[in-house]
Design a protein around this ligand. Sequence first.
Ligand SMILES: O=C(O)c1ccc(O)c(O)c1
Ligand SMILES: [Mg+2]
Length: 633
Amino acid sequence: MRRSIATVCISGTLEEKLESIARARFDAVEIFENDLIASRLSPREIRQRCADLGLGIDLYQPFRDMDGVDEARFRRNLDRAQRKFDLMVELGAPMLLVCSNVQPDMICDDELLASQLHAMAEKAAERGLRVAYEALAWGHHVNRYLHSWEIVKKADHPHLGLCLDSFHILSRGDDPAGIETIPADKLFFLQLADAPMLAMDVLQWSRHFRCFPGQGTFDLARFVEHVLMAGYPGPLSLEVFNDVFRAAPNRRTTLDAHESLLFLEEQVRQRIAARAVADPAAAQLAERIELFNPPAPPTLKGVSFIEFAVDAASGHVLARALEGLGFDRLGAHRSKDVTLYQQGEVRLILNQEPGSFAADFFQRRGPSICALGLATDDGQRAVNRGVAFQLPRYAGRVGPNETIIPALRAVDDSVIYFVSQALEERGFLESDFVIEAGRQGHSRAGIRQVDHLAHAYPLEQFDTGVLFNRVVLGLAPQPSLELADPHGLVRSCAMVNDDQSLRIALNVSQSRTTATGRTAETLQGGGIHHIALACDDIFACATRVRAGGIALLPVPDNYYDDLAARLDLEPGLVERMRQFGVLYDENADGAFFHFYVRSFVGSFFFEIVQRVGRYAGFGAANAAVRMTAQSAQ
Ligand SMILES: O=C(O)c1ccc(O)c(O)c1
Ligand SMILES: [Mg+2]
């Protein structure tokens, strides 16, 4: 499909925007009027610039408050429209977007609206241009797409059709299935935006919080399915108004935009294919239409290893702490200054090799997590999928006889290795490391596996992170939560795979002084800052960890008094929790026990958890108490 984007989506001057849009491989743009007015370039020069960049201009927008006005105003509007048509001819833009009138004093008469739009379309037709009418969700009289269709039908002019914008339709809760009742030759343009569910004024929601498909909660795949089934032949065009994107560097945003559109195409293709089984029209469409078809997402089977970038001093501190937590030092790398620790299925790698990727990572961020190994069915396919979405492949320096693991660069510049089952079975780590005799990674503190990870993002990278995890890792976002750090709010969105073997919480904060805000800043681009490890007996684990010389995060008595007041717990159990600083949560699915280790080095910390029953949360109810205790460390 032709892929287009409105210039309003991204930051910069019009010239900078066009440059980034072309680099991200879009086919075309919607020129937003304010971008043109503020540009040094004449409409002709803009046309030339787009042609040089290989970009089509599909739409010029918006034209406001045209319809439902008195005769005198209508004459002025028509005159204004003619000037814009002249401009569009210079610009080479074939279509003008007309938004439904938002003025409270407009005349709410469908016949009048239709006749005025007809007159406008007639003027457009004289220049070979077309007019697409869009129902804004906050339009005074016309604010639903079926109403805009009624008016366009009444106006009955071949140069007048509809612009459908997913935001205006889905924000009102309208069913997009009705789009299939509209004739294809009246569907002039399609604008796509996602958004998080927010209970707020729809205009503010639209102007500040739209995001790219896959970053919010709208069912855009279903929406586009209906539009394509209706026979819409035009481009898929993104139109996102977002405060963060307006301020962020436009290269990354534009790449995200393109990635989001490819991802949406993949989902739509699957929907049409599924529908084709019982619907011949869908089967025909599936034959005819070209939608992005990347390698399938990986089937993930949890964390294979976590790699830390350290220097000698921090490496020493971390190594002692890991031993205290019950990890075994399995051995050292054959040729590099890298050591491997294990407990249960958890493998941790400490990398202090000079001149390596990890050393570079350390220089910039201090002791931190520089790579994550994910266990998967087919690592090469996972990387090929990322590359198909234009994400950067990572090829590190590999020594003799070392295993090559397919890898991608993640949003924070760390590396994600995709470890195939086959590699895992061959003992890929054991072959790169000299395992010391008798070391088997005994579970000395009862730690079994990685339960979840949390990633701190700077504000302008959060949506990039959501998209990456969704597109590349196939993780599904859970509802966002707001957590109260003593220095500000932290928004947390957990993303999980189907069998919950990989859970990553994405954290972001407007405040620079929350732990999340500070971590995002220290790590210059964010990173994993929290590793939660699972055990089966929280008290046995806490006892052994404490005996190993590890300081546990103290939790105030008030917390336990409240816990005893709120929940029907055995007094003895509450006492034991108090003794170790174990926090507790429960719901209809089960219960959750967790304690935190005091930070010892770098920008990350460990948590130990025990899940009981089918509890699938993260103990968010305890986040404020925990973050307050951590801030006092
Ligand atoms: O917010 C607006 O005014 C506005 C303008 C043009 C659009 O296409 C739109 O969806 C919204
Ligand atoms: Mg729109």
